[in-house]
Ligand binder design. Structure first.
Ligand code: GLY
Ligand code: MN
Ligand code: MN
Length: 454
């Protein structure tokens, strides 16, 4: 039996141990851009992909006590005319080790009692309702058997098997090359778009895609900036958060921040080294049994201590942390789960990221933390501390008043050339500790400088 079939069989057998009842999972379909034949790229639902392995459009699988049934239409004459010959249903069933395969029309007569997970595409939700003859709420509202299925799938997908880890490694390897290409392409006078093109061309050349919209910006203070129009100036930093997705849909997620001139300024150096020390200490802390939230607090503490030392924050570190002063400059969490989705399983809201019984805090310094679980071997997480000067935070009258005595605004003004720095790596929790899957991409300041337009 080939590797894919074995992996998929093991996954559905594991699911059957906690959820033996019938399950129907839809792959989805590509939404069209304005007219039907011009679609956005298709990407199957991650829950489908986990058990079916292939990016099959308009497909449904049934999982029933370890057995796999595929529902898929054979390619139509029209689709062969425009898209060429494709494997037929029986070929695909053979590739993924399905026990049975039927056309989609069989679905309505075949099963009406199965658990499922709603997709976000309303057209597919309509199909789900018609087949299952009941309301199918979005996953965050799921109840009954659907909720039990979600819990069983979370427990499976939280810790990756060897095949998944191999896929994440493949994606990470391509992302590393993409970042090296981006650093090399960086020159004053080029644009953010030029650097993005250099990075994404590496993915395209490997027949991979982006796991998320690339962030390649000299305005790193905009956390998920997707504008690429600026021309790079010698004193700028570029923040590049770019990650490839492997052929089977597994994500990687890397951020590096590098100087357009090839050398950090004295102020950029100070903050870069501070973010790097938080990054390194947090990676060092990753191990089974460790609470991810504690790692977040470790990053917050290091950043607060460093900012006090630099003279940007004033006060005792414990008081500053208690008042969330660090979050003025580090407003997001230290990272998240990584898997088939870059923020893995966030279609399920916080059900995957937060252990049962835990809830997201309303606190300014914790509200953006996406993961609050004890780490287990096989989990893959990102570690991505940062420092940002976000005008929407720092220029608010309320913030200015509340933190007036805790910030030395004059000192902060000296760091005007540090808009945003993030350093992000992908870390696999192992039984002994951790492995940084993206370690081959340097993060030390001098090595990053050496790679920039080298
Ligand atoms: N690439 C998005 C993130 O780092 O969360
Ligand atoms: Mn990330
Ligand atoms: Mn990222």
């Amino acid at each position: 039996m080939n590797h894919l079939k074995t992996t998929l069989k093991q996954r559905r057998q594991k699911l059957a141990q906690t959820f033996p009842d019938p399950v129907l999972l839809w792959s989805g379909c590509a939404p069209s851009r304005n007219f039907p034949a011009n679609t956005f790229p298709f990407r199957a639902s991650s829950h489908f992909l986990y058990f079916a392995g292939l990016n099959l459009e308009d497909a449904v699988i049934e999982l029933d006590n370890g057995k796999l049934t595929l529902f898929l239409n054979n390619p139509s004459a029209e689709s062969i005319l425009w898209g060429g010959e494709k494997p037929n249903r029986d070929d695909i069933a053979e590739t993924i080790g399905a026990d049975r395969a039927y056309p989609l029309s069989e679905l309505t007569t075949y099963h009406s009692e199965a658990a499922t997970i709603a997709l976000s595409n309303p057209m597919i939700v309509q199909q789900q309702k018609e087949v299952l003859k009941r309301d199918i709420p979005q996953p965050t509202q799921a109840t009954g058997e659907d909720q039990k299925l979600i819990e069983a799938i979370i427990n499976l997908r939280l810790c990756h098997d060897e095949s998944a880890i191999a896929q994440i490694r493949q994606a990470a390897a391509v992302s590393i090359q993409a970042h090296q290409a981006g650093m090399k392409a960086t020159q004053p006078g080029k644009t953010e778009a030029d650097v993005r093109a250099a990075m994404e061309s590496v993915m395209i050349a490997h027949n991979q895609t982006c796991a998320y919209g690339s962030i390649v910006t000299c305005h790193g203070e905009v956390l998920h900036n997707e504008d690429y129009s600026h021309t790079l100036q010698a004193g700028d930093l570029i923040l590049a958060d770019v990650g490839a997705e492997s052929l089977m849909g597994w994500a990687s997620d890397i951020t590096r921040t590098f100087p357009v001139s090839g050398q950090f300024s004295a102020t950029q150096r100070e903050i870069y080294d501070l973010v790097l020390s938080a990054h390194d200490a947090c990676i060092e802390a990753v191990a089974p049994g460790v609470e991810y939230k504690d790692i977040h607090w470790q990053a917050a503490k290091i950043i607060a201590e460093g900012l006090v030392e630099i003279g940007i924050l004033r006060g005792t570190v414990s008081d500053l942390l208690e008042k969330d002063a660090h979050a003025l400059f580090f407003p997001h969490g230290v990272g998240h789960l990584l898997g088939l989705d870059v923020h893995d399983m966030e279609d399920l809201g916080d059900r995957a990221g937060y252990a049962p019984g835990r809830q997201r805090s309303q606190r300014f310094g914790l509200g953006n933390l996406r993961l609050d679980r004890a780490l287990q071997p096989g989990m893959t997480v990102t570690i991505e501390p940062g420092f940002y000067q976000v005008p929407a935070i720092l220029n608010q009258t309320k913030t200015r008043e509340q933190y007036q005595d805790m910030i030395d605004w004059e000192r902060l003004a000296q760091f005007a050339d540090v808009r945003g720095i993030r350093i992000e790596d992908d870390v696999l929790v192992t039984s002994e500790g951790a492995e940084v899957l993206t370690a081959k991409l340097p993060s030390q300041r001098d090595r990053v400088e050496a790679l920039t337009h080298a």
